[in-house]
Design a protein around this ligand. Structure first.
Ligand SMILES: NC(=O)c1ccc[n+]([C@@H]2O[C@H](COP(=O)([O-])OP(=O)(O)OC[C@H]3O[C@@H](n4cnc5c(N)ncnc54)[C@H](OP(=O)(O)O)[C@@H]3O)[C@@H](O)[C@H]2O)c1
Length: 248
């Protein structure tokens, strides 16, 4: 049976919480006493052990960002399971590198679908529950590709820039309903997504970064958790770049 205390414990929805930044966020939020709902396409050791350890405060389901109905449904499932939603982190993203002129139309649709349309659908689904409590926070995870031109990522960059526009417009619309919306724009950080970067490109990134290295998921998670926290309660519609200075 759910206790009164449990019902007042804040609830976070994090997309893509099985690996990388999403996993770090799930771990940190649970350790800080949040209840957390997350999805990815596949379970892994982390999602399975976390489900065993945090039986009543962790929910994982298999959802593909390409499946609009399932993505929208996940917001409802989380709200029904936990009774509320206080935070949404649109974290899951898919990087595909290919020159624009040879990118197949279906691939373009897929990149926009996973990186922009899915967050739109999940945001609407979750915000409808947040507005009932007249409070909530949404943090969208963008990328410095949204603000700097890099070869081979035109469609991904367009999707991430779309997320940044979404954040500003939504902040205006949802602010009066007590919901803050901010964007976190990371530079390169170590995760499965950057594991395939060649050592030559890694050296180049490090040389061009004033702080001389890639970030860590923990450093990016710190910034997400700040934007979600009471310390940021007067911050909305903003974009925080966390990139070791590579775009300065
Ligand atoms: N790593 C970087 O340097 C970097 C830089 C700037 C911005 N970012 C952004 O930061 C965010 C997190 O990146 P990351 O490096 O932590 O990524 P990651 O290590 O590749 O993890 C991605 C997560 O999303 C899930 N996911 C991927 N495709 C999915 C799909 N189609 N449907 C549902 N879930 C899916 C993955 O699980 P499954 O594979 O099981 O589905 C996994 O949990 C992304 O939005 C990314 O664009 C990353």
């Amino acid at each position: 049976m759910t206790t009164v205390e449990e019902l007042s414990t804040p609830v976070a929805v994090v997309s893509g919480g099985s690996r990388g930044l999403g996993r770090a966020l799930v771990e940190r939020l649970l350790a800080d006493g949040w209840r957390v709902a997350t999805f990815s396409r596949n379970p892994n050791e982390f999602t399975e052990t976390t489900a065993e350890k945090y039986r009543s405060s962790f929910l994982w389901e298999p959802v593909d960002l390409n499946d609009t109905t399932a993505v929208r449904g996940f917001g409802r499932t989380a709200a029904q399971y936990f009774g509320r939603i206080d935070l949404l982190v649109n974290n899951a993203g898919v990087l595909h590198q290919e020159l624009f002129l040879t990118t197949a139309p279906a691939r373009m649709d897929n990149i926009i679908g996973t990186n922009l349309l899915a967050p739109l659908h999940l945001s609407q689904s979750c915000a409808r529950f947040m507005m009932r409590d007249k409070s909530g926070a949404i943090v969208n995870i963008s990328s410095i590709n949204a603000v700097r031109g890099y070869r081979g990522v035109a469609v991904y960059a367009a999707a991430k820039a779309g997320l940044e526009g979404l954040g500003r417009a939504l902040a205006r619309e949802l602010g009066p309903l007590g919901i803050r919306v901010n964007t976190l724009t990371p530079g390169f950080f170590d995760s499965d997504m950057t594991a395939t970067v060649t050592s030559e490109n890694r050296d180049k990134i490090q040389r061009r970064t004033p702080l001389g290295r890639l970030g860590t998921v923990e450093e990016i998670a710190d910034a997400v958790l700040f934007l979600a926290s009471p310390q940021a309660q007067f911050i909305t519609g903003q974009t925080l770049v966390i990139d070791g200075g590579i775009t300065c």
